[in-house]
Write a protein that binds this ligand. Structure first.
Ligand code: AMP
Length: 282
């Protein structure tokens, strides 16, 4: 396994591989690898001739008061994990290499980026779509892998790839969870033990809503209300949003039908966590 830093070097390597007819799987991450990342990497290694893992904590997608500087960066450990899983290249550019002096281009997906994460984190998706466009340009993926955990992000990327007509297959893989249901996240390390316990209620509340839908509840307001009430039983938990939305457009639904996503974003102390479940409503 090779670690590549300069974007130009990554471009020449990926071009060469493409010319040799190899399929390239790309897994974009910010590092601090956990089981969620592992499952994406494993899928890529299975489905492609070569896998490129990108590790880049992208300053463009963090707001001024967010956790950019304290975001975990255990690069040596990440390299060990990647090697063990069969990754061929880690592309880990420095920020000055990816955004050299004079850089002034942004890539934006409009409507899908507006609500939910877009409202709570202004500029976040513009940062994501800009860096993913650059990472794709450097790595030339045949397939790219994203997690359902960041559902809106995955839809935004799918839209980007479709709109730009890039010949890349975007796969969205299921959320990997801890034993108590908490979605794995590099940010979970921020949680103190009492907060960690309370964070598990996110999944409990989502599952309860899912059960109520299966039992016949179709009223979105009733369901969001019950999710909110369950979350608010936790003293350290503040709700950012709870929403039932159309799984394609992310527009809110009032009466449930078709494929619906239940979206949750909360603050547990100073840590912001998101999660979601998809449900097909007959
Ligand atoms: P991140 O390093 O947090 O930017 O995540 C990199 C990729 O891993 C994104 O596509 C995430 O959606 C995905 N991912 C993060 N957590 C999980 C999880 N628990 N299960 C599945 N995929 C995940």
């Amino acid at each position: 396994m090779k670690v590549i830093r300069p974007p130009d070097r990554m471009i020449s390597v990926s071009r060469k591989l493409t010319h040799q007819g190899k399929t390239i799987g790309v897994v974009p991450t910010m590092g601090a690898l956990h089981e969620g990342h592992r499952s994406l990497i494993q899928a890529s290694v299975r489905q492609n001739d070569l896998t490129i893992l990108t590790v880049f904590v992208n300053p463009l997608q963090f707001g001024p008061s967010e956790d950019f500087s304290r975001y975990p960066r255990p690069f040596r450990k990440d390299c060990r994990i990647a090697k063990e899983l069969g990754v061929d290249f880690i592309f880990a550019p420095h920020a000055q290499q990816l955004y050299p002096k004079g850089f002034q281009t942004v890539v934006e997906v409009t409507a899908l980026s507006k609500r939910w994460e877009g409202l709570s984190r202004p500029g976040h998706f513009r940062g994501v779509t800009t860096v993913v466009s650059l990472l794709f340009q450097c790595t030339q993926p045949t397939r790219a892998y994203f997690g359902q955990k960041d559902y809106q992000q995955a839809l935004v990327i799918q839209r980007l790839v479709q709109d730009m007509r890039w010949p890349i297959k975007v796969s969205i893989l299921p959320t990997i969870r801890e034993a108590d249901g908490l979605a794995m996240s590099s940010r979970n390390v921020y949680l103190k033990s009492n907060q960690r316990q309370q964070a598990a209620s996110i999944y409990t509340a989502l599952r309860t809503a899912l059960e109520r839908i299966r039992m016949g509840e179709r009223n979105a307001a009733v369901l969001t209300d019950s999710v909110r009430r369950m979350l608010l039983e936790n003293a350290d938990l503040r709700i950012d949003y709870v929403a039932l939305v159309d799984a394609k457009t992310l527009e809110p639904v009032w009466k449930l039908h078709g494929r619906v996503a239940i979206l949750v974003a909360v603050w547990v102390g100073k840590t912001r966590l998101i999660d979601n479940l998809l449900v097909d409503v007959p």
